[in-house]
Design a binder for this molecule. Structure first.
Ligand code: NAP
Length: 610
């Protein structure tokens, strides 16, 4: 029977009781210090959490030279913009990344069971260019990483790249019209254009738990998995855990993927859950043979558009992706108002639909998990859109193993001890602690995500400029920072997409296209005009819809600023309001580029000094 058919009719439920239950569950989690996080970058005692376990650090001489374009970050966005530049004939580019190679998030995240829950045919970029059809509907982390490697090979993007190198400072030198980029390896590169492609979820969160430093065993974050300790690989059995008890902290999109492989290998696994995720059906399956038969040129772009249309609530002839994102998430975030429906009725129908979706998730838990108490604790009680949804088919079943035990602690972990952790006054002994505790929010300002000082005209830093919120033109350029581009991301006056690759493709198209056009026009440098930036900010603010009242009813999560939605800055909103108007934004950017007048830019066309 289709999941749709099993949903409880709205008339069967007590709306008030559900609301009260959701608020009571929220309150259990709204505890002081719930988001206290260690500053691991600047603390020598904690920096080991960031050490690259995947590639040896090799000494090298500092690089002192020039490049036309420096791109910080060799993940999907950095690679795509580099490809765009190479395709536009701009050869002299230099990628810089703290990782040992390309891949970004897919370089660092190699935890057991790693997959992407956005369909592979739209998430993996440049499938047509690389003539690659993923073998499965959802790709593993290794497959995505290998694909990004293949893109780097195809376009020779490692040439000139600096890996295991972190930018410490980038400063605009007005006389030379160059960015001076220095790294922790002593490099000093002068570049005409500077592109921040530093990623969205790139700052690991290690919770500031009392007693953590006293723990006697290994601790690591899922984005630095310690295979020396666990044995095995992302999809190979973890061979060294048979006599080990492991604690996994966190049950978000990452935690739920690594529990099953841990359960299959370890003596015992404690899964520390603060808030249950809503875990929908993933239904991975091999790509049918006929899939490739009907694909014409441009099929991947069309498929990405199809997904984005469905996610935006637009009518499409066929939902090509046809998965839980497009069924559940798309319908919950784009409620349809019936003709003549009153505001109150509309609000009720939205709530009813949300309830049906959440009930289906809760029913799934009850059906899969055998122990009733564990099942109850795994049921999510909040509105669906309050938290990033998850999709997985093995996590819930892992609790039917005798060696996988849920430790449900809505208020968090009391403390860590030499031998383990304490919840509700009970000490659990473990050999190892895995932090599946996620990353700083997508809305983390760019200057923090960049992790280095970006200093523009007259010594102004990006941190100062964006101190009161984003200030940009198109979410990608900012006045006072000539020849600087920031790849689009949430929280910076661009738009948000569930399929991040789609946004990276658009950003790469715009940034590489603009740089190529500026070069063709012989422009030495550009800055954003005051009026253009003010106008863009105004457009963002004008379309801002205050969601505080709904968000404050939500369980704390990254979506509502961990329970403090009032502190969210409207200036960090998206073009078009809400998640943003992707297609409107794209049309505007493409029109601007085609128009070729660089409207909103102040151009310096003086001869570029050598
Ligand atoms: P996350 O969604 O932020 O989840 C972190 C988990 O750690 C949550 O369960 C959180 O509990 C828990 N946690 C954090 N601090 C804690 C503390 N002090 N005590 C106890 N528990 C604590 O992080 P993630 O799972 O790494 O996912 C991050 C993002 O990466 C996702 O939202 C998604 O965008 C991306 N991702 C995508 C995929 C994919 O398949 N596409 C896979 C993995 C990750 P609370 O829920 O109570 O805060």
């Amino acid at each position: 029977m289709a999941e749709e058919d099993q949903r409880t009719p709205p008339s069967d439920y007590d709306r008030e009781a559900v609301r009260a239950k959701y608020l009571a569950e929220r309150d259990k989690r709204l505890v002081p210090g719930r988001s206290a996080t260690l500053e691991i970058r600047d603390d020598p005692e904690l920096r080991h959490y960031l050490t690259d376990p995947f590639a040896p650090f090799v000494d090298r001489e500092p690089v002192i030279d020039d490049a036309e374009v420096v791109i910080v970050g060799a993940g999907i966005a950095g690679l795509l913009v580099a490809v765009g530049l190479r395709q536009a004939g701009i050869d002299d580019i230099r990628l810089i990344d703290a990782a040992g190679d390309v891949g970004g998030t897919w370089y660092w995240n190699r935890y057991p069971g790693i997959m992407c829950d956005v369909e592979s045919y739209i998430y993996m970029p440049m499938l047509e260019e690389l003539d690659y059809i993923p073998p499965d509907r959802y790709a593993s982390g290794e497959e995505i990483h290998a694909h990004l490697d293949a893109i780097a090979d195809r376009y020779d993007l490692r040439r000139g790249a600096l890996f295991h190198s972190s930018v410490e400072r980038a400063e605009w030198n007005a006389d030379a019209a160059r960015w001076i980029v220095t790294t922790d390896r002593g490099d000093r590169v002068r570049s005409r254009f500077y592109i921040l492609a530093v990623g969205i979820l790139n700052r690991l969160k290690i919770p500031d738990l009392p007693g953590l430093s006293a723990f006697g065993g290994p601790t690591f974050h899922t984005a630095r998995w310690n295979y020396d300790y666990t044995g095995g690989g992302p999809h190979d059995p973890l061979t060294k855990l048979a006599d080990k008890t492991v604690a996994v902290i966190g049950t978000g999109a990452t935690g739920i993927q690594c529990v099953e492989p841990l359960g299959a290998a370890a003596k015992h696994v404690y899964v520390l859950q603060r808030t249950p995720s809503a875990i929908g059906v993933r239904d991975n399956r091999p790509t049918p043979e006929e899939f490739a038969e009907d694909l014409g040129p441009g099929w991947q772009a069309d498929r990405m558009d199809n997904f984005q249309s469905v996610m935006s609530g637009a009518e499409v002839e066929t939902d090509l992706i046809d998965d839980a994102w497009t069924h559940d998430y798309a319908t919950v975030i784009n409620p349809k108002r019936a003709p003549g429906q009153s505001g109150a009725d509309f609000a009720r129908s939205i709530e009813d639909h949300d309830y049906e979706v959440m009930e289906a998730h809760r029913r799934r838990v009850a059906e899969v998990v055998e122990d009733p108490a564990t099942a109850e604790a795994l049921k999510p009680f909040y509105r669906y859109r309050c938290k990033r949804p998850c999709f997985h088919d093995e996590f819930l079943g892992a609790f039917n193993r005798a060696n996988v035990e849920l430790v449900h602690s809505p208020a968090g972990i009391e403390r860590i001890t030499e031998h383990g952790f304490v919840v509700d006054g009970h000490e659990y002994h473990v050999d190892c602690i895995v932090f599946a505790s996620g990353f700083e929010a997508e809305l983390t300002p760019i200057h923090r995500r960049a992790g280095h000082e970006v200093i523009g005209r007259s010594g102004l830093t990006l941190a100062e400029k964006w101190g009161d919120g984003a200030a940009s033109l198109f979410g990608m350029t900012s006045r006072g920072f000539p020849n600087l581009f920031i790849m689009p991301a949430p929280g910076q006056q661009a738009v948000v997409t569930v399929n991040y690759t789609h946004l990276a493709v658009l950003g790469a198209e715009f940034v590489s296209g603009t740089i190529a056009a500026l070069c063709r026009a012989g422009v030495r440098s550009f800055d954003v005009s005051e009026a253009a930036e003010a106008d863009w900010i105004e457009q963002i603010l004008a379309r801002h819809v205050d969601g505080t009242s709904f968000l404050s009813t939500c369980t704390p999560s990254r979506i509502n600023n961990e329970g403090d939605p009032a502190a969210m800055n409207p200036r960090n909103g998206n073009y078009g309001g809400g998640f943003g108007d992707f297609f409107g934004y794209r049309e505007l950017l493409r029109g601007w580029l085609t128009d070729g007048r660089f409207e909103g830019f102040e151009l310096d066309s003086g001869a570029a000094p050598a």
